[in-house]
Structure formats: structure tokens, C-alpha cells
Write a protein that binds this ligand. Structure first.
Ligand code: ADP
Length: 320
């Protein structure tokens, strides 16, 4: 087996403010990721995903455990690591005064690449980011989706083996997100190893070969999206919405019903706005709901998702 691209064992980060209490953002995590994978960190805001990314990209020093990136030590060999990785931060941090092409060119100079190489790479990367026509436009004239694509293109100027993307589509509209997913998929096909953080379960399902689910600084599950869904949720979910006043009584009837309890994969979760009935066959659960004489306003059967995995593991939803 080949050596991992990134290996973490008992990795921790505790912030020690000058005044006040210390805060442990990453509380001892273990993971390994391999060449060619798209590896995800899925979790709600505050789970410790960005802190982990910042440690991998050598801008934040671990306070405990072990971390190896490309077989190197981020604390003592940060410069070597940085020359071989690409980083796409949450905040685009582009130079608004410069043109689209100049943003890439300048970044290439920062890596000390020869001028001819940078020019050639810039042309290729503008094409990759579908921004060739915008090469001389100023960055402040770009849409949010275009800026993200430019930030990704810029991070690729040094032909990195590993690219880290922190919340790559947060704040983008659905169409812009799909364009970005397609570009990231292309990168993956080109053999680039990707690490991304996200609080969107659909993004994790679409892009990640393997992922860890993080909550409160810890990893609560690890696997492929399918493995996680199969081991933590029934195949289907029946989503029921009732009138506000009818919710508590309906939740009780559903939770206590023995026939529902016998359905394979059965579980009932009551959320503030809806009740989720997990069962391998959602239709069977719906039939039982009708037999009980309950009259939901809406009843929707869908496949289980990573959102359901998170709910099963933590009792909370990913996006509050
Ligand atoms: P995520 O990316 O999953 O949203 P973060 O890694 O950004 O989570 O943050 C995890 C926790 O660490 C949060 O509660 C955040 O407030 C805290 N945190 C992040 N950076 C710092 C810092 N520089 N000093 C103190 N606390 C921090």
C-alpha cells in the first residue's frame, strides 16, 4: 500500500487566548488519506474543520498529537509542504485591484516559478476556470462563482499534488455550485488529491470518495458516503409535516406504535418543524401512518442522506 498523503494521529489544537479560558477546537483526531482521493470533513459550523485544514496547510501549529503531510512535518518543513500543495481559503482573498490574469501571474511569482512557465500555466488555468474571456477584467467585476473559480485556478499555479478547499461553495447560488462541483470533479479525474470541508451534505455526497463526520472537535464517523448511510440510517425516510398544534400528539403516537416499531430500520426523530420516520420501505411506514388515522399536511418519502447520518450520530441537524 502506498504511504498516506496526510496522516493524523491524536491531532489536537487548543487555542490559548491571552486572557480568558483556553478552547480546544480539535480534540484528538485520527485519519489518513491517500493519493487520488477526494477526502471530506463534514460537520456543522464550529466542528473544527477549518482548524484542521489550517494545520494541514501549515498556517496553524498543532498543540498535540502527530501530523504528517506528504511524509513531511508541517512544523519544521512547512515551506517544502507549501510548495507542493494548493490552498483555497474560505475567504477568496483575491487582489481586487488587479485583473483576473494578474491574480494568477502574481501568485505564480510568489512560488518563484519561471516567467514563461507562469504565463503558460495562467493560460491553461483561465481555460480550466472558464475565465479566458474575463482575463483582463478586474476581479471586483466578477460574480461570486467566478471569484471562487479564480481562487481555485490560482491555487493550482504550482501544479500541486494536494489541494485543500475550505467550504468551496458556501455563499454561492445553486447553479454556481454545480459549475464548481463539475470543475472539482475534473481536477479529481486529472489525479489531483482533494481535501474539502463542507457543511453541505449534498456536496459531500457528490464529491467525496471518503469522508469523516466531525462534531465538537472530534471525528464521529468515517467511511464512503454509502457506507456511512448504510451503517447509520435506514434506506428511506418518511418526512411528515403536521399543523403546529398537532405535532406533539402525532409524535407520541408514532413513537409508541408497535407496528412501526417492527419495520426494518425503524426509528422516529422529531424535529421542530417535521417528524422523520426511518424505515427501509418508506411506503410501509406511510401505510401505517394512515392506518393510525394521522393526517399529515405533507408526507414525503426520500432516500436517506448524510444529513440523516449526522442526525443519528449527534441528535442534531447539520445546518441549524
Ligand atoms: P468549522 O470550520 O468546523 O466551522 P473552526 O475550526 O473554524 O470550525 O472552529 C472551531 C472552533 O474553534 C469554533 O468554536 C471557533 O470559535 C474556535 N476558534 C477558531 N479559531 C480560533 C482562534 N483563533 N482562537 C480561538 N478560538 C478559535
Amino acid at each position: 500500500m502506498t504511504a498516506p498523503m496526510v496522516r493524523a494521529a491524536g491531532l489536537r489544537k487548543t487555542y490559548e487566548p491571552k486572557r480568558g479560558n483556553s478552547f480546544t477546537a480539535v480534540a484528538g483526531i485520527d485519519f489518513e488519506l491517500y493519493r487520488g482521493e477526494c477526502f471530506g470533513f463534514l460537520g456543522p459550523n464550529g466542528a473544527g474543520k477549518s482548524t484542521t485544514m489550517r494545520m494541514i496547510s501549515c498556517v496553524s501549529t498543532p498543540t498535540g498529537g502527530r501530523l504528517e503531510v506528504l511524509g513531511l512535518d508541517p512544523v519544521t518543513q512547512g515551506q517544502q509542504i507549501r510548495s507542493r500543495i494548493g490552498v483555497v481559503p474560505q475567504d477568496d482573498a483575491l487582489d481586487l485591484e488587479l485583473s483576473v490574469a494578474e491574480n494568477i501571474l502574481l501568485y505564480g511569482r510568489y512560488f518563484g516559478l519561471p516567467k514563461a512557465t507562469i504565463r503558460e500555466r495562467t493560460t491553461q488555468l483561465l481555460q480550466f476556470a472558464q475565465l479566458t474571456e474575463k482575463a483582463s477584467a478586474r476581479v471586483d467585476a466578477l460574480s461570486g462563482g467566478m471569484r471562487r473559480r479564480l481562487t481555485i485556478a490560482r491555487s493550482l499555479v504550482n501544479s500541486p499534488e494536494l489541494v485543500l478547499l475550505d467550504e468551496p461553495t458556501t455563499g454561492l447560488d445553486p447553479q454556481a455550485r454545480h459549475v464548481l462541483w463539475e470543475r472539482l470533479f475534473r481536477l479529481k479525474q486529472d489525479g489531483v488529491t482533494l481535501i474539502l470541508t463542507t457543511h453541505y451534505m449534498d456536496e459531500a455526497e457528490q464529491l467525496c470518495d471518503r469522508l469523516v463526520v466531525m462534531d465538537k472537535g472530534l471525528i464521529v464517523a468515517c467511511g464512503t458516503p454509502l457506507e456511512l448511510i448504510q451503517s447509520h440510517a435506514a434506506r428511506e425516510v418518511l418526512e411528515l409535516r403536521f399543523g403546529f398544534d398537532d405535532m406533539p400528539a402525532a409524535a407520541k403516537v408514532l413513537a409508541d406504535d408497535p407496528a412501526l416499531g417492527r419495520l426494518p430500520g425503524h426509528r422516529v426523530e422529531t424535529l421542530p418543524d417535521r417528524i422523520l420516520v426511518y424505515a427501509d420501505q418508506g411506503e410501509d411506514a406511510l401505510r401505517e401512518v394512515h392506518r393510525l388515522g394521522l393526517t399529515p399536511i405533507t408526507a414525503l418519502i426520500r432516500r436517506s442522506s448524510l444529513e440523516d447520518v449526522f442526525l443519528a450520530l449527534t441528535g442534531r441537524t447539520l445546518v441549524d
